[in-house]
Design a protein around this ligand. Structure first.
Ligand SMILES: Cc1cc2nc3c(=O)[nH]c(=O)nc-3n(C[C@H](O)[C@H](O)[C@H](O)COP(=O)(O)OP(=O)(O)OC[C@H]3O[C@@H](n4cnc5c(N)ncnc54)[C@H](O)[C@@H]3O)c2cc1C
Length: 434
């Protein structure tokens, strides 16, 4: 979705949102953050206070950065150290993945969404290659540290790494960090399946003791938060990089944008080039994620400051991205040059500031930001609002940066808890970065 078209699209107020059950929540954005929050809000439904979640996204489920991502999931930073809340994030993400996989294999279908019968994830591990000697030294130091669980991450010399990935080139004294449990998911299928799980859960709850529980998808653009005020108990902004374009949040969120482009590669018909079935994915600045033996994703470029969130990659951008990606990849995996480009995907990352604990997501209540902007509007135009903004609580969950998967599930659960209990203190204070 191009940022520039946002203000011109029809607002939800004009499209006529139907009221539903007693506790009504609007989740804005159907990426990793929004679908996770929707799922966890629904888990809090009860017979005395049924929950109705409306998920808004004009680009469909997974239409933003999430659907364009490589889907690589593991809890380590580039130096081989566990990320902040990495263990919690990993456990929670695996749990959500298993919920999505169950929904997908149950063969449920959702109107307007594509089939989810194909695999949602590949469990092949990740090999992070040391590009320089100093990286190898850091890997070894972190792997050998006392707090590290050596069954979950290990250093491999070049011969062992080459054995794992046929066709890999690594100098004899080269080294790689091996994360055997790492996963790559198919982000679009995962999100569609998780949303199906939401719909199915709501349907079941509404007929088994919690009537009024609902999960509704609204294919609408939300041009301004003021369009929603008074209609919901709470609104949770999960709009990724587009959150900073909302009139109420412009210049208020510490987010930098960074466009990324990913090549979808296919082994040429008849060729013997295949990615070995159990070979781990590769990380070396650029990454290579195998979706089966004959389909690879190769990404991702970094265009800092870009506001282009369009999934469409034009010829010029594609050719420049391909050149960059191949230059990075060919020294480690030379046969990559034989693979055919069958398509492109792209999205806009919402990058949070760096802190002493690394890059942390943004989460918390944004009542002050929203109300100050609304009172400015009213003062300026002398218009009296018929619905009080105070009747709706406003929340933010975003800034997931380049590693959305590791934080989306555990933090989505905490955000949902904070929203349902109307208690911001369940969220780590450090995530309120505005
Ligand atoms: C090329 C690329 C590769 C990546 N690879 C990985 C990876 O391998 N592993 C990993 O963990 N992370 C990866 N990431 C990062 C990850 O994709 C993001 O951190 C994550 O997608 C952010 O999720 P989100 O839900 O916050 O935002 P998004 O996925 O961007 O979701 C926001 C949603 O809000 C919707 N929206 C926006 N504005 C409006 C509006 N006005 N009205 C209605 N809806 C609106 C959008 O359509 C979108 O669907 C990658 C990112 C990119 C760009």
């Amino acid at each position: 979705m191009a940022a520039s078209v946002l203000p011109h699209l029809v607002s939800v107020a004009a499209t006529g949102v139907q009221p539903c059950g007693p506790r009504r929540f609007a989740v804005l954005g159907a990426g990793f953050a929004g679908v996770s929050v929707a799922w966890h809000l629904l888990q809090r439904t009860s017979s005395s206070a049924p929950v109705c979640v409306e998920l808004f996204d004009d680009a469909g489920v997974g239409g933003g950065a999430s659907g364009a991502s490589g889907g690589l999931l593991h809890p380590y930073n580039p130096k081989g150290k566990l990320l902040w809340k990495g263990a919690e994030g990993w456990t929670a993400a695996l749990k959500l993945l298993s919920i999505a996989e169950a929904a997908s294999t149950n063969g449920l279908t959702v109107d307007g969404l594509s089939s989810v019968a194909a695999p949602l994830a590949w469990r092949r591990g990740i090999l992070r290659l040391a590009k320089q000697q100093k990286h190898a030294v850091t890997f070894q130091k972190n792997v050998n540290s006392v707090e590290n669980d050596k069954s979950k991450v290990a250093c491999l010399g070049a011969p062992a790494a080459r054995e794992l990935v046929p066709g890999l080139e690594l100098p004899l004294d080269g080294l790689a960090l091996y994360i055997p449990e790492a996963i790559n998911i198919h982000p679009q299928r995962y999100l569609e399946a998780l949303w199906m799980a939401c719909e199915s859960f709501a349907k079941k709850s509404s007929t088994t003791g919690c009537p009024g529980t609902q999960a509704l998808f609204r294919n609408n653009n939300v041009a301004s938060l003021s369009d929603l005020k008074g209609s919901y108990e709470a609104v949770i902004v999960c709009m990724g990089a587009q959150a900073k374009l909302l009139p109420e949040l412009v210049d208020k969120l510490p987010l930098t944008t960074c466009r990324g482009v990913v090549a979808q590669l296919h082994a040429p018909p008849g060729s013997r080039d295949e990615y070995a079935s159990q070979a781990p994915n590769l990380l070396f600045g650029t990454w290579l994620a195998a979706q089966g033996g004959r389909n690879l994703l190769l990404g991702a470029t970094k265009d800092w400051g870009s506001l282009n969130g369009s999934p469409i990659v034009d010829e010029e951008e594609a050719s420049s991205a391909l050149e960059k990606l191949l230059i990075e990849t060919a020294p480690f995996f030379p046969s990559i040059v034989n693979w055919e480009v069958k398509g492109w995907q792209a999205g806009l990352r919402a990058m949070p500031p760096r802190t002493s604990l690394g890059s942390l997501p943004l989460a918390g209540c944004i009542d002050e930001l929203v109300q100050s902007s609304h009172s400015k509007v009213y003062l300026g135009s002398s218009v009296q609002s018929s619905v009080s903004t105070a009747s709706t609580k406003w929340w933010m969950f975003g800034g997931l940066g380049s590693r959305g998967l590791i934080h989306h599930a555990w933090l989505g659960e905490l955000v949902a808890k904070a929203v349902i209990d109307c208690n911001e203190s369940v969220l780590p204070q450090i995530l309120k970065q505005w």
